[in-house]
Design a protein around this ligand. Structure first.
Ligand code: UDX
Ligand code: ADP
Length: 463
């Protein structure tokens, strides 16, 4: 069997590497029109940082895993084609800012129709609005010389930073298809691929629309938990409760559960916001404005949380950060990834720059260029924004430190040494609740966390 995946990004690359590793008899080729990206997949430095991925790729690459720019040739050879191209939010026209931009998906469907010489199974891997499979089917049927295509939905649930773990041992694999004999047969073929390493009872088959919708809903529910706890973080700060203690207490209820209750500076990543906006657009299109409003508020709280964090820094630094150096530790949207899409750090840096702060950013994995482009826009420079080579350089001479990504190395920095090199009072704002605030206060920092009682209130509580 030959599998081809169009799109060598955060989804296509790791997923195909895992399929190749687990199915040595299947030839898997990942294609992309971005030649630099393909070259990187073929090199010693992969284009994405993902713990454990180097190892998986090394084991399979050159045996049954290949990366190529020859999209047409691979389409011809493939029995199954995964579509893992990007589906950004539309920036123009109807649905701008919310609906998914399907031009890459459509272009792929047309390319498949143009080059295919035999019928194939087409698998949607990208997250897409419900009913996209219909569009793909129509384009294929209208352009492909009478060949038979089965379109399946197989959304990816891996999270960045834990992709290899999630792919090795997924909670579930979801496959949606048409409930026709051809659709069932195509689903069985794909089930057969995953069943090589995923227990059969964790492979769920549904109709196409349930599968497409489930992906949006799963992300909306996960994001909703974060916005819920983040909304409570503000109440904790106002009342003297501790959000981590509240999360722990409520998470022990097995009906609620402990995961995705970590209060933060706000969620980021390529999926949560985009998928919720997509869901709300879908609801409105189907005449359900109340449902749309409910989910829109999840994004609203997230925006507010990001602003609240930057706002608090300004407020505590005596209402002005103009010309003060602020160290921003972390720029990726979460630890263990170099991905910055929708990262809360972007908003924090922009807000601080708007207040004329001098911002020094350090991230262990995000390149300096990326930090500048994300914060300022391509080709724009601002001398107030610098990128440091390590956390110590970022913090030297800073009036305040803002921890924005929860990289492990920020937990064990020599904060006494850092404190010594900062003007006083030296502030630290932990946007991830990863450092020991009491220990930092002992050193002399004016330290605060998200949803944590202020130092003065804590002292009152402790008598
Ligand atoms: C998410 C989904 O988890 C995954 O199933 C889907 O396939 C893609 O979208 P991802 O965006 O890679 O994955 O990372 P995730 O771990 O979900 O984190 C998303 C954001 O939420 C990050 O910014 C993270 O820091 C934040 N987060 C997560 C919190 O603020 N608190 C939490 O408790 C969990
Ligand atoms: P994701 O996080 O969903 O994997 P990425 O943006 O990381 O998204 O990756 C999507 C990839 O799809 C990009 O590398 C892009 O070049 C590729 N791509 C988009 N459209 C096409 C196309 N028509 N043919 C080949 N590759 C494409």
């Amino acid at each position: 069997m030959n599998i081809c995946c169009i799109g060598a990004g955060y989804v296509g690359g790791p997923t195909m590497a895992m399929i190749a590793l687990k199915c040595p008899d299947i030839t898997v080729t990942v294609v992309d029109m971005n030649a630099a990206r393909i070259a990187a997949w073929n090199s010693g430095t992969l284009p994405i940082f993902e713990p454990g991925l180097d190892d998986v790729v090394k084991q399979a690459r050159g045996k049954n895993l290949f990366f190529s720019t020859d999209v047409a040739a691979q389409i011809k050879q493939a029995d199954i084609i995964f579509v893992a191209v990007n589906t950004p939010t539309k920036t123009y026209g109807v649905g701008a800012g919310r609906a998914a931009d399907l031009r890459y998906i459509e272009s792929v469907a047309r390319t498949i129709a143009e080059h295919a010489e035999t019928g194939k199974i087409i698998v949607e891997k990208s997250t897409i609005p419900v009913k996209t499979a219909d569009a793909i089917k129509t384009i294929l049927a209208s352009n492909s010389k009478g060949l038979k295509f089965a379109v399946l939905s197989n959304p990816e649930f891996l999270a960045e930073g834990t992709a290899v773990k999630d792919l090795t041992n997924p909670d579930r694999v979801l496959i949606g298809g048409e409930r026709t004999p051809e659709g069932e047969k195509a689903m069985e073929t794909l089930v057969g691929v995953y069943a090589r390493w995923v227990p059969r009872d964790r492979i769920i088959t549904t109709n196409l629309w349930s599968s497409e919708l489930s992906k949006l809903v799963a992300n909306a529910f996960l994001a909703q938990r974060i916005s819920s706890i983040n909304s409570i973080s503000a109440l904790c700060e106002a009342t003297g409760a501790d959000v981590d203690e509240v999360a722990n207490a409520i998470g022990k209820d097995s009906r609620i559960g402990p995961k995705f209750l970590k209060s933060s500076v706000g969620f980021g990543g390529s999926c949560f916001q985009k998928d919720i906006l997509n869901l709300t657009y879908l609801c409105e299109s189907f005449g359900l404005p109340e449902v749309a409003a409910y989910w829109t508020s999840v994004v609203g709280i997230n925006d507010w949380q990001k602003q609240r964090f930057a706002g608090r820094i300004v407020k505590e630094l005596f209402n002005t950060v103009a010309d003060k150096k602020i160290a921003v530790l972390g720029f990726a949207f979460k630890k263990d990834t170099n991905d910055t899409r929708e990262s809360a750090a972007i908003n924090v840096v922009r807000d601080l720059l708007a207040e004329h702060a001098k911002v020094s950013v350090y991230d262990p994995k995000v390149p300096a260029d990326e930090i500048k482009i994300d914060s300022l826009g391509k080709g724009i420079d601002n001398p107030r924004l610098t990128v440091a080579k390590d956390a110590y350089e970022a913090c030297a001479g800073a009036h305040a430190i803002a921890i924005v990504t929860e990289w492990d190395e920020f937990k064990t920095l020599d904060y006494a040494k850092i404190f010594a090199g900062m003007p006083k009072p030296a502030f630290l704002f932990d946007g991830r609740n990863i450092v020991d605030l009491a220990a930092l206060r002992k050193i002399g920092f004016k330290a605060s966390g998200i949803g944590k009682p202020a130092a003065s209130r804590r002292a009152e509580d402790l008598g």
